[in-house]
Design a binder for this molecule. Structure first.
Ligand code: AMP
Length: 243
């Protein structure tokens, strides 16, 4: 086990418009630090696919590009964060999306849900998240979203313009046929970007006022963005104890 997988990490909140690369960067953070990515979009899509009561309430809202209600999403996140694999830390991808969700998250984290109760952070209840916002030019976002393809089997993300699969429309890892997300259609994309501006930008302002916001220029090459994000995470994470 490397030092990075021993220390308590984050929690990390990834903010940014749809298509900014949150999912891709989250997967790299998972690989380096061995903490789970908790994507509310993925959790909701899974509920829709399984026809759960939550999925049935969320489906139409998601198809329109609107946000699912705060209560429903918060309940789903609370349940997920209490699972064992989130004890050392976790990455929230797509949450919080409203100021109300951000306030709820602060309250939830104050109770100290990390495994390492010996850590000073958990004792003081200071579980302030590391908030990273990825900014990307509007026209590039549209290109990324219309070109996005996802592997339905392993979740790997491709892009027909910038990161195509080696063999046309099939996953490099498992050969599954790549799919376009229902809400990555042109009309819905417009709505999702508008929703981001209206409801999620204020979330970044909320964190900025608390001096917790770190902004990354997501227009740069993937590896550079990753490097900057890792540096920021390590700067804020609890050191490995006893070393
Ligand atoms: P995403 O995969 O993060 O782009 O999310 C896809 C869709 O799921 C969004 O357009 C919303 O309809 C819904 N969704 C995801 N996360 C949230 C959230 N934190 N609050 C409300 N709705 C959400």
């Amino acid at each position: 086990m490397s030092n990075d997988t021993l220390r308590n990490i984050g929690p990390i909140v990834l903010l940014g418009p749809p298509g900014a690369g949150k999912g891709t960067q989250a997967k790299r953070i998972v690989a380096k630090f061995q903490i789970p990515q908790i994507s509310t979009g993925d959790l909701l899509r899974d509920n829709v696919a399984r026809h759960t009561p939550l999925g049935m309430q969320a489906k139409a809202v998601m198809e329109r590009g609107d946000l699912v209600s705060d209560d429903l999403v918060e309940e789903m996140v609370a349940e997920r964060l209490q699972r064992d694999d989130a004890r050392r830390g976790f990455i929230l991808d797509g949450f919080p999306r409203t100021v109300e969700q951000a306030i709820w998250l602060d309250g939830f984290l104050k109770h100290g849900i990390f495994d390492n109760q010996k850590s000073k952070k958990a004792k003081s209840g200071d579980m302030a998240p590391i908030v990273i916002r990825m900014d990307v030019d509007y026209n590039k976002l549209k290109l990324r979203l219309t070109g996005r393809r996802t592997c339905p089997a392993c979740g790997r993300i491709y892009n027909v313009h910038s990161q195509p699969a080696s063999v046309d429309e099939a996953c490099d890892v498992d050969g599954a046929k790549l799919v376009i997300r229902d809400d990555d259609r042109e009309e819905v994309i417009q709505e999702r970007l508008a929703t981001y501006d209206r409801l999620t930008r204020p979330v970044a302002d909320y964190y900025e006022r608390k001096r917790r916001l770190f902004v990354v220029n997501g227009d740069r090459p993937l590896d550079q963005v990753t490097e900057e994000i890792f540096r920021e995470i390590l700067r804020h994470s609890a050191p490995v104890e006893g070393r």
